[in-house]
Design a protein around this ligand. Structure first.
Ligand code: EPU
Length: 417
């Protein structure tokens, strides 16, 4: 079941429920390590990265069970801070276990984390911030050894508002001696969710949602029952799928308050978006209109994780759009397959493309090379005339619990094969 087959040309209609957020669930699961008590994390998506995180927690000695509506974790028996294997090297978010484990055990040995091939993805900000908190890093046969005999609060200024680095510092800071101030912190909703989870466990964090987070460390944390918010990127993907096909959908539980920049773009493309207590209603125009400029930016800007989907929609828009990707340097890998479907895209450099809308795309055989780019190809397949087949969909399934079933519920002719 590694391929997806799509017969395009159907306008999406109906409703679909949005899954829990991958990028919120993963650091929160890492955060369950910080207490000896049991935590219950609800609304986690059933995707490969969450299973990977569960395996890592188990390998560290945690008791983990996936029950009906959530994941129960007890970390009282953590025996060592040593992590290796595919779950580390294949998953970027394994990195947030570093901060959590330093907070809990004081020593960690781990392989370098992996993740999608969307850019260089260095970890210098993580390492320099944790060093400021007293952690000593050494490299040992290609692995990182981190030692914190005494983890101390620090004043950390992030030169880039890195989501992962902010999360790692938070996880270490709630256990450190003294106060930590993070300036230039990432404000993404997933960071906010982690802060609220840690607060539920008894942590003292001020400035939540701002770029200046103040943490009072060294509190004895307790377990918490916490609900992971809905996934704004999955909601945005289905929103753009509706816009791409001229659809009319209800995205149940879509976290629209976190999606202002995305809704703005969808409205410029001609869609009407109406927020309601049950979710987000989207009524798209027959053919998307072009937006003249689209620039990704840290939250509350337009998310890099939805840039490829917006690009796919714009290939059939009326007009021309200049897209600038400011976060990662390898996020235009979808250009080639989209061109094969008939799209007119000019690559200016690693960060800029110009899309000239064409009347229609035609179906093609394509390969999903990464998670969000793969999802964008699904959208292109939904818009195109005829049949498309996308291979190597394991990348897509890392972030989408049930993309084919969800889109079928909206009337799309799509199956995994
Ligand atoms: N950066 C550095 N040094 C560091 C860390 C980051 O230079 O030590 C740079 C990166 O190269 C990038 C920028 O800072 O240019 C922002 O990267 P960030 O650290 O914010 O990204 P991340 O934490 O690795 C998370 C999400 C990504 C999402 C980005 C940006 C998770 C697990 N991943 O990555 O999500 O694109 O934030 O919002 O939370 C996805 O879900 O498909 C995905 C890639």
């Amino acid at each position: 079941m590694d391929s997806i087959q799509i017969h395009g040309g159907v306008a999406l209609q109906g409703k679909v429920r949005i899954q829990g957020s991958k990028n919120a669930a993963l650091p929160i699961l890492a955060g369950t390590l910080l207490t000896k008590e049991t935590s219950y994390i609800r609304n986690c998506p059933k995707i490969a990265d969450v299973y990977g995180m569960i395996n890592l927690l188990k390998s560290l000695g945690c008791h983990v069970s996936w029950e009906e509506s959530g994941i129960r974790v007890n970390a009282k028996d953590i025996c060592r801070g040593e992590m290796q294997g595919e779950a580390i090297t294949g998953m970027r978010s394994s990195l947030c276990l570093l901060g959590a484990l330093l907070g809990r055990c004081g020593e960690v040995v781990m392989e370098y984390p992996g993740g999608c091939v969307i850019g260089e993805r260095p970890i210098d900000l993580h390492l320099s911030a944790l060093s400021k908190m007293g952690v000593v890093f050494t490299e040992e046969q290609g692995r990182i050894r981190a030692n914190a005999r005494k983890l101390c609060g620090a004043h950390i200024k992030l030169s880039v508002a890195s989501v992962g680095a902010t999360e790692n510092i938070l996880l270490a800071a709630v256990m450190a001696q003294g106060e930590t101030l993070i300036e230039g912190a990432a404000r993404e909703p997933e960071v906010v969710a982690l802060c609220y989870f840690l607060r539920c466990c008894g942590a003292v964090i001020e400035g939540i949602g701002s770029s200046r987070l103040h943490i009072t460390g060294n509190r004895l944390l307790h377990g918490a029952d916490f609900m992971v918010p809905s996934d704004r990127i999955v909601a945005g993907t289905y929103l753009f799928a509706a816009v791409a096909t001229g659809g009319n959908v209800l995205l149940e539980a879509a976290p629209y308050t976190q999606m202002e920049a995305v809704l703005n773009v969808a409205e410029k493309m001609g869609a009407q978006c109406i927020a309601a207590s049950e979710g987000l209603y989207v009524q798209a125009g027959e053919r998307p209109m072009a937006v003249s400029q689209l620039r990704t930016a840290p939250y509350p800007g337009f998310p890099t994780d939805l840039q490829s989907m917006a690009l796919a929609v714009l290939t059939t828009s009326e007009g021309q759009c200049r897209i600038e990707e400011t976060i990662f340097e390898n996020r235009f890998r979808v250009v080639e397959p989209l061109r094969e479907m008939g799209a007119d895209i000019q690559v200016c450099d690693a960060h800029r493309v110009i899309v000239k809308g064409v009347e229609k795309l035609h179906g093609a055989a394509m390969e999903a090379k990464e998670l969000r780019g793969g999802a964008a190809l699904v959208l292109a397949g939904l818009m195109a005339e005829g049949e498309s087949i996308i291979t190597d969909c394991k990348y897509i399934y890392r972030g989408y619990e049930n993309i084919c079933k969800d889109l079928r519920e909206l009337g799309a002719r799509i199956v995994s094969v």
